[in-house]
Design a protein around this ligand. Structure first.
Ligand SMILES: [Ca+2]
Length: 171
């Protein structure tokens, strides 16, 4: 199982990028630049939804909202942006220009030859217990595909380098 995890990580990660050498806000700026290059419009608003959401991505119009308030919390800001960037990757997997999206799980199965159970173990490996409980709560009313998209975004939201690599490969 460990070898499979490493293989999945190698498939997703960019080992060449010395990510830690760069500041959190510089990494956020770089990710924003990358998304803008793809044609994603970034809106910096006070709030991103009726429930004062910190961020949102609309795959129909390729607009990503990031709350202004996050500027004071660079670590959280990068995680939140990375979470939304994973939704952009999922959008790209079904064509960025279309209003539909796919999942990283289906991509790993199709392109990496992984079984659904192996992909689940890989994602669970990156998801800490408290986050996993939170994801189950916030996705309770969602259908299986939408829930899977959220599981992937929560599991990989602290993996900015991996997500940059996924954007480069699939968008
Ligand atoms: Ca789209």
């Amino acid at each position: 199982m460990l070898i499979r995890l490493l293989l999945a990580s190698a498939l997703l990660a960019s080992w060449a990028a010395p990510a830690r050498a760069i500041s959190l806000s510089a990494r956020t700026d770089r990710l924003i630049d990358r998304l803008e290059q793809l044609g994603v419009v970034i809106d910096r608003l006070e709030r991103c939804g009726p429930g004062a959401e910190r961020a949102a991505y609309n795959m129909g119009v390729n607009r990503l909202c990031l709350s202004q308030g996050l500027r004071d919390q660079p670590g959280l800001q990068l995680d939140v942006l990375t979470h939304e960037a994973i939704h952009v990757v999922q959008d790209c997997l079904d064509g960025l220009e279309t209003p539909s999206s796919s999942t990283i799980s289906l991509m790993l199965q199709a392109q990496g030859g992984f079984s659904p159970a192996q992909v689940d173990r890989f994602l669970t490996h990156h998801l800490d217990r408290s986050t996993a409980a939170h994801v189950l709560t916030v996705t309770q009313s969602l259908g299986p595909l939408q829930r899977q998209r959220e599981v992937e975004a929560y599991a990989l939201q602290s993996q900015a380098g991996m997500v940059e690599s996924l954007l480069a490969r699939h968008c």
